[in-house]
Write a protein that binds this ligand. Structure first.
Ligand code: PEP
Ligand code: MN
Length: 254
């Protein structure tokens, strides 16, 4: 029996999390329109990004804020991914949406606010597609790992952890990216762990240094929010990076 073998997670197009190659997920916080996501996909493909992200169901803190385009947005995301040969990831905010999302995503994202939604996790355990499990806003490492076990125990072993920053006493940054905690989860579970330095800091000028730190620490990839006009992004614009910065990250990685 092989002990401590890394459990990699492979997508249908061959991209595999947990090998030497670092996986770069990028794209806008939310899908703003069909034209928007098509432009983003074309540019991100040219830059060399591996996977396209885009939120369609947005779990916004303020219920009056833009909530995303829903299933229509997912159709646009899938069209863009197909056109530019990019796998896509989007957040599933309710167990009700899992089946209808199936044909539109390559990876289901579980957001920080839903890490404790055990019914959602159990149902994702019945699906044969990978799940990216974000860390809860103030989840301990053990709670995060237990959450993943709701998915694996129900039958789905394709789990990727994503450290997205935790709340602290200091409001200078939106969250504190816990790189040490992320490496610890990698060591404890032997599963792929990536970092999200966009939500992990809330500040676009910290995304590049934190992306480098995460990758240098040995994490398996990063997920960042980018936009062709970051200051005009409809959601999370303060933490959204330009193609120039994304290009710098890709140069560092490759
Ligand atoms: C997101 O990735 O757009 C998102 C809402 O992230 P989180 O769940 O980490 O806040
Ligand atoms: Mn966001």
């Amino acid at each position: 029996m092989e002990i401590n073998k890394k459990k990699t997670v492979k997508l249908n197009n061959g991209i595999e999390f947990g090998l030497d190659k670092k996986i770069i997920i990028a794209g806008p916080c939310s899908i703003e329109s069909r034209e928007h996501i098509l432009i983003e996909a074309e540019n991100l493909k040219n830059l060399g990004v591996d996977i396209l992200r885009g939120g369609a169901f947005k779990p916004r803190t303020n219920p009056r804020d833009f909530q995303g385009l829903g299933f229509e947005g997912l159709e646009f995301l899938k069209e863009a991914g197909d056109k530019y040969d990019l796998p896509v990831i989007s957040e599933v905010t309710s167990e009700e949406y899992i089946d209808d999302m199936y044909d539109f995503v390559d990876i289901y994202q579980v957001g920080a606010r839903n890490m404790y939604n055990y019914e959602l996790l159990k149902k994702l355990g019945k699906v044969d597609k990978p799940v990216l499990l974000k860390r809860g806003l103030s989840a301990t490492i053990n709670e995060w790992i237990f959450a993943s076990e709701y998915i694996s125990q129900a039958g789905n072993d394709k789990i990727i952890f994503c450290e997205r920053g935790i709340r602290s006493f200091d409001s200078a940054t939106r969250n504190v990216l816990d790189i040490g905690g992320a490496v610890l989860v990698q060591q404890m579970t032997n599963r792929p762990v990536i970092a999200d330095p966009s939500h992990g800091s809330g500040l676009r000028h910290l995304v590049y240094p934190l992306a480098k730190a995460s990758l240098a620490a040995g994490l398996d990839g990063i997920m960042v929010e980018s936009h062709f006009n970051p200051k005009e992004a409809m959601t999370d614009s303060d933490q959204c990076i330009s193609y120039d910065t994304l290009g710098e990250i890709l140069k560092y990685v490759r």
